[in-house]
Design a binder for this molecule. Structure first.
Ligand SMILES: [Mg+2]
Length: 104
């Protein structure tokens, strides 16, 4: 399933369940994404199963895509993913293991 398909599924779920669905709810949805990141971190720290950690990470994706439906509805997220991936590939080497070694 691609991001745009996921957005459609999320849209249906939001309407079906009566979840927040207005532009003013965008900050709330982004905050929920942070909360879910915290839950993922907590699950990892507590040694929970990979499935439980993955479930929390999917919650993050859910809220990010849900926010994107409202915040940038004209943007195709699959195309944006590829565009950003290419942009990141073009970046000069700045972070990562080599950067960490220099800090020591
Ligand atoms: Mg969760």
């Amino acid at each position: 399933m691609h991001l745009e398909e996921m957005k459609k599924e999320i849209n249906e779920l939001v309407l079906e369940k009566g979840f927040y669905n207005k532009p003013e709810d965008i900050p709330k949805k982004l905050l929920f994404a942070f909360v879910e990141l915290g839950e993922a971190s907590d699950a990892w720290k507590k040694g929970k199963s990979e499935e439980e950690i993955a479930e929390e990470l999917v919650d993050v994706i859910f809220y990010v895509l849900d926010a994107s439906r409202l915040a940038c509805s004209t943007i195709n997220m699959d195309e944006m993913f590829l565009k950003k991936l290419e942009k990141n590939r073009q970046r000069t080497y700045q972070y990562g293991e080599e950067h960490r070694q220099k800090g020591k």
